[in-house]
Design a protein. Structure first.
Length: 140
């Protein structure tokens, strides 16, 4: 069933994040991937998405993501997940705090021919910043 296969592909994105598999990550996203919610200063494409991943892993080297729930219909998969890690490096200008955080988020991926072609993502940035003990959100 295509919906189940698409859910596996979306889950693979988190598995690759957890494994720090940058080559696999690049391969999972289509060359013409479009990020509908890119981070400030990053391009809305596969390279920008990869740079966002690298930024999080540099800031939280031990970060692990888990899938809490998935819903799929047609070519869309919605994944609610949680990321946990220790803030050991700078994150978008916020110096390392050494604090351990747990951040929830939602990703929506459109999948075509076994590749992620379009995505939207939201994290609880206010919750993350509260846990780090700093002020306002990171997105512009």
């Amino acid at each position: 069933m295509a919906v189940d296969k698409n859910k596996q592909i979306a889950r693979r994105e988190m598995d690759l994040f957890n494994a720090r598999d940058l080559d696999g990550y690049k391969d999972l996203f289509a060359p013409d991937y479009v990020d509908r919610t890119p981070r400030a200063g990053l391009t809305p494409d596969r390279e920008g998405t990869l740079q966002a991943m690298i930024g999080y892993l540099e800031a939280f080297p031990d970060m692990q993501a888990t899938v809490d729930e998935q819903i799929a219909e047609g070519d869309l998969v919605v994944t609610r997940g949680t990321m946990r890690g220790t803030h050991s490096g700078a994150l978008e200008g916020i110096p390392a705090t050494g604090k351990t955080v747990s951040v929830t988020g939602v990703e929506i991926f459109r999948i075509r021919d076994g590749k992620i072609v379009e995505g939207w993502h939201w994290e609880d940035e206010a919750g993350l910043l509260r846990q780090l003990g700093v002020g306002e959100g990171m997105r512009e």
